[in-house]
Design a protein around this ligand. Structure first.
Ligand code: GTP
Ligand code: MG
Length: 452
């Protein structure tokens, strides 16, 4: 569904947060409620995303938006595990127009909460915090899918107090990371204060409030970004490079501007020279298929932004997750577009003569996030690139004179076999994980141990 009078494209909302804090359950809730109301056909499944039209949002909220709301709906992106970073990268900033940072209200801030927050901060992405699982507070009375105010009314004083205390703890955590925050119904200006919406993704309580706020924020955001449209040459971010039975290597793409047609010539980012190829097929999940399901794609001739789509094309083996795919409308553009795509990675890569660590990461986005965290701590970097840990990386690390910097940090990357041999020979320590915080923490702990 497109906007009524305008060409405003669907805003992209990324759902981020720590493992198990309820990202997928929240999206299931929104989808499930629409299904229960007989609106299943209105919910469009995308690759890695779910589109919720404005009508469904209005129904969930039980109220009608005014004429000022022109957006066609919301496109939600779920971010399992390390994909958080990959999907957040593009346009030299964030792919997401908005974000929902989910925090389990009973557990509070956890490593991936902090990581998500620092990404949102770096990209200046507007976001709201969903304080999830409030139904887990002992003695909670459920009012299914109720707005927060209605749900709060039936709680005992003790339950309300516990909830308030937990919310205050979140306010305190957010303050620590430089954000003013408050319960959403106590603030007026969402551009200056981060709203915290208490929800339960299971019972649906507070979810109407969350959706209302997102629609309001999205409307404002898109008004400021009118260059983002649903027509013109398509530009997307590669979420994942995936092997598919019978299709070979495919790309899961979020198309954030313009449109793709089957047969379009596209340029795709790799870790070296961008590649030029032709879209063989555009694939969508079949209706009602599960998000990220591996099977049963439906070929379509055309998709427009914002949209999640699987792209099948020849020569995609070297495509790089987190980089860009862009339609080439005219062969004369190839050279300029190629430079532009290369500069995306070059802007993040580091290769110096200086003393420092070796950093390897799986995508442009994760490399940028890891490098950003290290720079914020004044930790020097000698070399940073996308790709597995190679023998050359180990040799370079071993050649660093400062013993505290003679080390390799890896985010979600493999260690190549000949690199393993070299590691045994040189004793260069390797700190690797798929949580940035863990990598840095274990490196810093090692540094402390070396000093003693
Ligand atoms: P990853 O994708 O692994 O990062 O986790 P996630 O953030 O998608 O969490 P998920 O939605 O899978 O939820 C994790 C568990 O928490 C599941 O067992 C959910 O049923 C449960 N859960 C999520 N939200 C709520 C909630 O609001 N209330 C209660 N009681 N349980 C919840
Ligand atoms: Mg999940």
């Amino acid at each position: 569904a497109k906007g009524k009078q305008s060409n405003l494209r669907t805003p992209i909302v990324v759902v981020m947060g720590h493992v198990d804090h309820g990202k997928t359950t929240l999206l299931d809730k929104i989808r499930g409620t629409a299904v229960a109301k007989g609106e299943a056909g209105l919910i469009t499944q995308h690759i890695g995303a779910t589109e919720v039209p404005l009508d469904v949002v209005q129904d969930f909220c039980g109220s009608h938006f005014g004429k000022e709301i022109e957006i066609p709906g919301l496109l939600f992106i779920d971010t399992p595990g390390h994909h958080a970073f990959t999907s957040m990268r593009s346009r030299g900033g964030s792919l997401a127009d908005l974000a929902v940072l989910i925090v389990d209200v009973n557990e509070g801030f956890q490593p991936q909460t902090i990581e998500s927050l620092s990404i949102l901060k770096r990209f200046k992405t507007p976001f709201v915090v969903a304080a999830n699982k409030m139904d887990r507070i002992g003695g909670w009375h459920t009012t299914t899918n109720a707005p927060f105010a209605k749900s709060l009314k039936v709680q005992s004083e003790r339950v309300s107090e516990i909830l308030d205390t937990r919310l205050y703890e979140l306010v305190g955590e957010l303050y620590k990371y430089g954000f003013d925050a408050d319960r959403y119904d106590r603030i007026t200006d969402f551009t200056r204060t981060v709203g915290i919406v208490p929800i339960s993704a299971i019972t649906g309580e507070g979810v109407p409030d969350l959706l209302m706020i997102l629609v309001g924020l999205a409307q404002r955001f898109l008004k400021d970004n009118l260059q983002l449209t649903a027509t013109g040459p398509g530009v997307g971010t590669i979420l994942e490079v995936k092997e598919e039975k019978g299709l070979g290597t495919t790309l899961d793409v979020i198309l954030y501007n313009g449109e793709f047609f089957a047969g379009d010539t596209v340029i795709v980012g790799t870790s070296r020279e961008p590649l030029v190829t032709k879209i063989r097929a555009l694939l969508k999940p079949k209706p009602l298929a599960e998000i990220r399901s591996e099977e049963r794609f439906l070929p379509v001739k055309h998709v427009s932004a914002a949209s999640g789509v699987k792209v099948s094309a020849p020569k995609l083996d070297n495509a790089l997750a987190g980089s860009t795919i862009r339609v080439v409308s005219n062969p004369d553009e190839v050279e300029a577009l190629s430079l532009e795509l290369k500069s995306e990675l070059d802007a993040v890569r580091i290769d110096t003569e200086n003393e420092g660590l070796i950093i390897k990461s799986d995508t442009i986005g994760s490399l940028e996030a890891l490098v950003g965290e290290l720079k914020a701590r004044d930790i020097h970097i000698h070399y940073a690139d996308v790709g597995p840990i190679s023998r050359r990386d180990v040799i370079r690390a071993a050649a660093i004179n400062d013993p505290l910097l003679s080390a390799i940090l890896g985010f979600n990357v493999d260690i190549l076999p000949d690199a393993l041999n070299e590691i045994q020979k040189t004793n260069v320590p390797v700190f690797s994980s798929d949580i940035i915080y863990t990598i840095i923490e274990s490196y810093e702990r090692w540094v402390e141990d070396q000093k003693n």
